[in-house]
Design a protein around this ligand. Structure first.
Ligand SMILES: *[C@@H]1O[C@H](CO)[C@@H](O)[C@H](O)[C@H]1NC(C)=O
Ligand SMILES: *[C@@H]1O[C@H](CO)[C@@H](O)[C@H](O)[C@H]1NC(C)=O
Length: 121
């Protein structure tokens, strides 16, 4: 073997590995929309929707909402759901108005995602 053919093997063999690889099916849950609905000065409803790929409708998922401010208290988190629900709402008691609140929502099957969002009470 001369240098040129060694070069060709070393250089092109990895490319061959890459191009012959196949895509593995990915299983994931992803958030789609968030809604924040001010019911009145002492109550806010936060809605979170999700979708995903390769998830069974009856697959168990755990959902959470946590807010990092004393101005609100999340009343009903965590929650048990199945993937097929696609949507949940959380009820928040508001203790102080016109405050910027940072919240983190999560949904977990075998993996989990966490998303942060802000709103003003
Ligand atoms: C806000 O709305 C909730 C539910 O609709 C009600 O129970 C509560 O009394 C209301 N609070 C005020 C201050 O209007
Ligand atoms: C979820 O994703 C699937 C596949 O991409 C799609 O067919 C379906 O309409 C989506 N559902 C919602 C509620 O967005």
């Amino acid at each position: 073997m001369n240098y040129q053919s060694i070069f060709i093997i070393v250089f092109f063999f990895p490319l061959l590995l890459v191009t012959s690889s196949t895509y593995v099916e990915v299983k994931q849950v992803v958030p789609t929309t968030f809604t924040v609905n001010k019911v009145n000065s002492s109550k806010i409803i936060v809605g979170v929707s999700w979708n995903g790929t390769n998830e069974a409708d009856d697959e168990y998922v755990l959902t959470r909402l946590k807010c990092f401010n004393d101005a609100v208290t999340v009343i009903n988190s965590p929650q048990d759901h199945v993937f097929g629900d696609h949507h949940t709402t959380y009820e928040l008691a508001v203790h102080k108005n016109d405050v910027l609140v940072r919240c983190r929502t999560g949904i977990k099957d075998i993996m989990k995602w966490l998303t942060f969002f802000y709103f003003r009470t």
